[in-house]
Design a protein around this ligand. Structure first.
Ligand code: DOR
Ligand code: ZN
Length: 344
């Protein structure tokens, strides 16, 4: 197959940032995706319905005139979040989900949750109203090895939290382990998982073998090859519980290439091409639409996009140029294998 037409995909986990960075990256998502669930980890975070409405307006203002792109907003859950504010924003159609960051787990997570008892009221209100909770699934305990933090989170945090909040709809974001996949599979229709393009493309060797490569450093960090293969099997089988959330996370190169570099891979421009390459290699191109365009919308109770996008296979593409963003530049993710698929 050298040509593939599918419903326009949605990105169920995206960092668009703000200001110059937003202006520098928004076109890349708008070009390939019809909708995206926009993460709220700005500084300061997007905590209230009013803040989400303002952020949404800034995103819409940054969109180019040709774009047909809908940002779906999230609220950043803090220990001070007022459950009534969540419900109000949800009922107004202003937000699609609430994001839980364990405090200290990742970029701009300092305002996240330390004491899970303090968000019980919010979670119960969300469960009653059907508001999905998107979870950054890593423990922050410094005693836990960074490669084990997702698996430990499932036992120590997520399972108790779901047991005490029956009915809560949960998305385990950016699943990186076989344990995470198994947890989602066993959890029934109230839980789903997003998978990124980069965790399907690289394992932890890409970050560390033969030199340190900061542009492959993200959180959760990429794991061993057998985990990558497990993720690839789940995605290419288009299991209904799993769908694309790129976690495309732009940082200025100066912040990535530093003694303490930021976590995040900027994948928006190449995510579809990387997926097409991997699905084709797995003989699963016909299932790409379910993974990238159908499963996520079904979980969120939205209709699939009517418009389509066509991918075509050709000679390998040159690596994408870094994106200018104000005075900064942002390096685009390089999967380490040639990309032949382009959107036509
Ligand atoms: O790699 C990551 N980058 N993981 C996250 O959880 C946050 C993200 C970011 O905002 O840069
Ligand atoms: Zn993220």
């Amino acid at each position: 197959m050298t040509r593939l037409t599918l419903r326009r995909p949605d990105d169920w986990h995206l960092h668009l940032r703000d200001g110059d960075l937003l202006a520098g990256v928004i076109d890349d998502s708008a070009r390939h995706f019809a909708r995206a669930l926009v993460m709220p980890n700005l500084v300061p975070p997007v905590r209230t319905g009013a803040e989400a409405a303002h952020y949404r307006a800034r995103i819409l203002a940054a969109l180019p005139p040709w774009a047909d792109f809908t940002p779906l907003m999230t609220l950043y859950l803090t220990e001070d979040t007022n459950p009534r504010d969540i419900l109000c924003a949800w009922r107004a159609g202003l937000v699609t989900a609430v994001k839980l960051y364990p405090a200290g787990a990742t970029t701009n997570s300092a305002s996240g949750v330390r004491d899970f008892d303090r968000v019980r009221g919010a979670l119960e209100a969300m469960a009653a109203a059907g508001v999905p909770l998107c979870v950054h699934g890593e423990v922050t305990d410094p005693a836990v090895d960074i490669f084990d933090r997702e698996a430990v989170f499932l036992d120590r945090v997520l399972e108790p939290l779901r047991r005490t909040t029956p009915g809560l709809r949960v998305v385990l974001e950016h699943v990186t382990t076989a344990e995470g996949l198994a947890y989602v599979r066993a959890g029934g229709p109230a839980i789903a998982g997003t998978i990124t393009a980069h965790h399907l493309a690289i394992n932890r060797n890409a970050i560390l073998a033969g030199g340190i490569r900061p542009h492959y450093y993200c959180l959760p960090v990429a794991k061993r090859e057998h985990h990558r293969l497990a993720l690839l099997a789940a995605a290419t089988a288009a299991e209904p519980a799993f769908f694309l959330g790129t976690d495309s996370a732009p940082h200025p190169d100066a912040d990535k290439l530093a003694p303490c570099g930021c976590a995040g891979c900027y994948t928006a421009p190449v995510a579809l091409a990387v997926l097409a390459e991997l699905f084709a290699a797995a003989g699963a191109l016909a299932r790409l639409e379910r993974f990238a365009s159908l499963n996520g919308a079904a979980f969120y109770g939205l209709a699939p996009n009517l418009a389509t996008v066509t991918l075509e296979r050709g000679p390998p593409l040159p690596p994408p140029a870094p994106r200018p963003a104000g005075t900064a530049r942002v390096t685009v993710f390089d999967p380490g294998f040639p990309l032949h698929w382009r959107v036509v």
